[in-house]
Design a protein around this ligand. Structure first.
Ligand code: 3PG
Length: 378
């Protein structure tokens, strides 16, 4: 697989580069509220501009309030001048493409407004390819999707990985041959989707800490009351996982009852009318001692129900991992809510590597590759 910095400067000068980025960032009232992904792409665009390439950016976004990339366009304009094009394959877009100068940057509107993107329509990939001379995929975080702009375009254009792609692959791959003790921490919900990951890291890691709603299935398996907490549909493999001596779950939890009262209690003392919404303080003390000697720590997913405001235990965990990193652990973290907590605390620089990927990070950690990476290799 080749990367853009394998190209000579003369290969990029005046070259139309179709750059697939992941600009899918949260937006509230038209403003980007977490710019982590956007800040990461600046290095790649600056690199291409420094080589006098013509940069044509394509991306998707899945905003809850609107499906437009306009807020991301405004954000990136703070770093370099970016033109915006609302349509594909129209006189407007052709005109903008023809007039794009060296070092110029043109951003197209959300690819997913066209259903052909997610349908992985080959004709759509071909038409996108016709806009450029080469293709660069720097959208690691969406490379787990078999979409037209990810796996289709490399069939039609010379293709390269971008700088983010290189960093993601290099850092995440270190987890496949980790230094021990290795602690793998997984939170959030959806046990079924995270099952392959838990199974794989029960083999590779010394301890696997399962937090968030994922742990409720394990409590249930152990015969604990979980009240009204979120649980999965059930899976025959949970029993083996729950019994595995490497598995750790929260020893105490934060519960909320129907009247809204919140309290801490031992994980086996939850009542029928209570809902587990976060880890408890004892668990954080235990995590601190578990992580203090770790040499490798991987973390994805929050400990609490982020959407209803239970963020503080996730933030405490972020601080503990930052401290362990200072003491010599290699820390690799990722996932939307995980990154949000780190950003809020302003401690991004205290981790060895923060992945831009949520689902893509998890898929890569299970399969050691992604469809978008394979497409760049062929
Ligand atoms: C993400 O936010 O994880 C990526 O942008 C991929 O988005 P998707 O899950 O909507 O494909």
């Amino acid at each position: 697989m080749k990367y853009i910095d394998d190209l000579e400067a003369e290969d990029l000068k005046g070259t139309r580069v179709l750059l697939r980025l992941d600009l899918n960032a949260p937006v509230i009232n038209g403003e980007v509220t977490d710019a982590y992904r956007l800040e990461r792409v600046v290095e790649t665009v600056d690199y291409l501009r420094s080589k006098e390439a013509k940069v044509i950016i394509i991306s998707h976004c899945e905003g809850k309030e609107s499906k437009t990339l306009v807020p991301m366009w405004h954000y990136l304009n703070g770093y370099f001048p970016v033109q915006f094009c609302t349509t594909f394959f129209t006189p407007e877009s052709i005109d903008k493409l023809l007039n794009l100068e060296e070092k110029g940057v043109l951003l197209f509107e959300n690819l997913r407004l066209n259903p052909k993107e997610e349908e992985n329509d080959l004709e759509f990939s071909k038409k996108l390819s016709a806009m450029a001379d080469i293709y660069v995929n720097d959208a690691f975080s969406v490379s787990h999707r078999n979409h037209a702009s990810i796996v289709g375009i490399p069939k039609f254009l010379p293709h390269f990985g971008g700088l983010i792609m290189r960093q993601e692959i290099e850092h995440l791959s270190r987890v496949f041959k980790p230094e021990h003790p290795f602690v793998f921490i997984i939170g959030g919900a959806k046990f079924e989707t995270k099952l392959p990951l838990i199974k794989k890291y029960l083999e590779k890691a010394d301890k696997v800490f399962v937090g968030g709603a994922l742990a409720n299935d394990i409590y249930k398996e152990k015969g604990f009351e979980v009240g009204t907490s979120l649980v999965s549909k059930g899976n025959s493999e949970i029993a083996d996982i729950a019994k595995n001596p490497k598995i750790i779950v929260c020893s105490d939890v934060t519960v909320k009852n129907k009247t809204g009262t919140v309290e801490f209690k031992a994980a086996d003392k939850v009542l029928e009318n209570e809902c587990i919404v976060d880890a408890g303080p004892e668990t954080l003390v235990e995590l601190k001692s578990l992580l203090q000697d770790a040499k490798t720590i991987v973390w994805n997913g929050p400990l609490g129900n982020y959407e209803i405001g239970f963020q503080d235990k996730t933030e405490s965990l972020a601080e503990i991992i930052a401290e362990a990193t200072k003491n010599g652990a290699e820390s690799i973290v990722g996932g939307g809510d995980t990154i949000a907590s780190i950003n809020k605390l302003g401690i991004n620089h205290k981790f060895s590597f923060i992945s831009t990927g949520g689902g893509a990070m998890l898929d890569f950690l299970v399969n050691e590759t992604l469809p978008g990476i394979e497409a760049l290799k062929s």
